[in-house]
Design a protein. Structure first.
Ligand SMILES: O=P(O)(O)OC[C@H]1O[C@H](OP(=O)(O)OP(=O)(O)O)[C@H](O)[C@@H]1O
Ligand SMILES: Nc1ncnc2[nH]cnc12
Length: 172
């Protein structure tokens, strides 16, 4: 895991002053490291019977799609507003400043389908909580979530449903 951590670049004051941005681009560009990362993300879920991976726009698409291939599951994109053709379900959520919205297509998940959420970063947890409510709204079965990076100080884990596993590979 230390080799992966060495490939996450910390960028001060991006995208706004005071934010220490964790940039996964160097990790993605390294073929061996990216493969190790997907293998590590897959590990806890190999016997889970996961049927669909929901990846969150935009960086969650990269990890989520690769993980879906590794786990022989389908991939379902959860997108920012007005990107998906209707009909869609939408959930509004709070960011540190202002709010945002996530959408899924109505037919994207089947009722009872076993779903894993994937994103690159867990910060305040608002995004992952919104994604979990979309899965709920579509009557699919949420089995848990995996993120590459957990920013512990932002306390996103406190907003996560305690009964479902939430795995993170790297914690800062
Ligand atoms: O836990 P939270 O406080 O909700 O923050 C985590 C979210 O923030 C980032 O997304 P961003 O909105 O920057 O989108 P991007 O992937 O399109 O850059 C990151 O990729 C997570 O989705
Ligand atoms: N500090 C951070 N770095 C990268 N992505 C983020 N998403 C929310 N906070 C972030």
């Amino acid at each position: 895991m230390q080799e992966l951590a060495a490939l996450i670049r910390a960028v001060p004051d991006f995208p706004t002053p005071g934010v220490l941005f964790r940039d996964v681009a160097p990790l993605l560009a390294d073929a061996a490291a990216f493969a190790r990362c997907i293998d590590a993300l897959a590990e806890p879920w190999r016997a889970s019977g996961v049927q669909a991976i929901c990846g969150i726009e935009a960086r969650g698409f990269i990890f989520g799609a690769a993980l879906a291939q590794e786990l022989h599951a389908g991939f379902v994109p959860l997108r920012k507003p007005n990107k998906l053709p209707p009909p869609v379900v939408a959930v509004d959520y709070q960011l540190e400043y202002g709010s945002d919205r996530l959408e899924a297509q109505n037919e994207a998940l089947k009722p009872g389908e076993r779903v894993l959420l994937v994103d690159d970063v867990l910060a305040t947890g608002g995004t992952l909580a919104a994604a979990a409510s979309l899965v709920d709204r579509l009557h699919a079965e949420l089995i848990g979530a995996s993120v590459v990076i957990e920013l512990v100080a932002a306390r996103g884990r406190t907003r996560w449903q305690g009964s479902k596993p939430l795995h993170s590979l790297l914690r800062y």
